[in-house]
Ligand binder design. Structure first.
Ligand code: ZN
Length: 335
């Protein structure tokens, strides 16, 4: 059976997905949206989001989404024809109005596109532990001098690549699998030497994780808050001071995958970026705007120049505990 695409659009428009979902799923309202546990997998956080505004849904866990017809295909596993018929009856649209067209071919293509997308799941190569343990355990005096304790250095698995003179640290995914090694140069004059400050020892792939999240996740859940720094060093400082609910984004913009991860966590988000970052423009502003629709977003800004200004590029933890605490307590909610 073929269907005219205008009719399909009409069906999706007129079938109220939320009222249908209310009958089959347990929904919890959060802001403008409603969340349910995704029926497709074990889903502790209720990742399936229904938006009355767009009359559609999206699962932040498995990535499946759709309007009424797409919902029936993806989440109730109906065939395309069955889904159209059911959605049409929910929309009170007369099936006899449906006529044959090329649309079905297009829609099948669309379905294939989503199936393919599902297959392209992000896979990081898992490395043996020796990839990190082969590096030397050495005193990292410059970090100790900065107030990072040996205990933190050990906890975060920091070692030294004596050949390239880099401080190296392991990158784990959410399942605590080693997926990369990052190295930060120990040369102070690395710019003159034309050396990169950071290197990845293996290919990064899609950044669908945060540095150290595998370690700090329990504290993030406990505090219902995630503090995002730009570097692992900042995480280690904050962690050492008892602010254990933090991660490093490794840069100051977030990938769509990292944003989805934050949405999935459903905790308050605190951005604690270096002084040279302007939260109010560009990609970081877009990131914040997207997130604040779903959760509370706070920014830590150095209004009183406690960190020495933009040029210093200091992180909020770089001038000691007292200044960090003051900055943290003065974080501002983005509205
Ligand atoms: Zn799902």
């Amino acid at each position: 059976m073929n269907f005219d695409d205008e009719v399909l659009i009409e069906i999706n428009k007129n079938a109220d997905l939320l009222s249908y979902a209310e009958q089959v799923l347990e929904l919890k309202q959060q802001g403008d949206n409603y969340f349910a546990h995704c029926p497709l997998h074990i889903d502790n956080t209720a990742s399936l989001c229904f938006s009355p505004k767009t009359n559609s849904c999206h699962c932040f866990s498995c990535g499946k989404s759709g309007g009424m017809i797409g919902y029936l295909i993806n989440f109730e596993k109906l065939s395309f024809e069955e889904a159209v018929k059911k959605a049409a009856s929910l929309a009170n649209i007369d099936m006899s109005k449906m006529c044959q067209s090329e649309t079905i071919i297009l829609l099948r293509k669309w379905q294939r596109f989503f199936q393919q997308k599902e297959k392209q799941q992000i896979v990081h190569e898992v490395l043996p532990e020796t990839a990190i343990t082969k590096f030397a355990k050495e005193q990292i005096t410059e970090w100790l001098d900065e107030g990072i304790s040996q205990e933190m250095i050990d906890l975060f698995g920091i070692r030294v690549d004596t050949i390239s003179n880099r401080i190296v640290y392991p990158v784990y995914d959410m399942n605590k699998k080693l997926i990369n090694i990052k190295g930060r140069t120990r040369y102070k004059n690395y710019k003159n030497l034309k050396l990169p400050k950071y290197i990845n020892y293996y290919s990064v792939g899609v950044m669908d994780y945060f540095q150290s999240l595998e370690l700090t996740l329990p504290y993030i859940k406990e505090k219902n808050e995630i503090i995002i720094f730009e570097s692992i060093k900042s995480v280690m400082k904050a962690y050492g001071w008892g602010y254990k609910n933090c991660v490093s984004a490794e840069k100051h913009t977030l990938t769509p995958e990292q944003i989805n991860l934050l949405i999935k966590l459903r905790v308050n988000v605190v951005f604690a970026y270096d002084t040279d970052v302007d939260y109010h423009k560009g990609e970081i502003k877009q990131n914040i705007d997207r997130l604040r629709k779903i959760t509370n977003v706070f920014i830590i800004e150095d209004y009183d120049n406690l960190l020495g200004g933009i040029e210093t590029k200091n992180a909020p933890v770089d001038c000691g505990y007292d200044i960090w605490e003051e900055l943290y307590l003065n974080k501002k909610k983005v509205v």
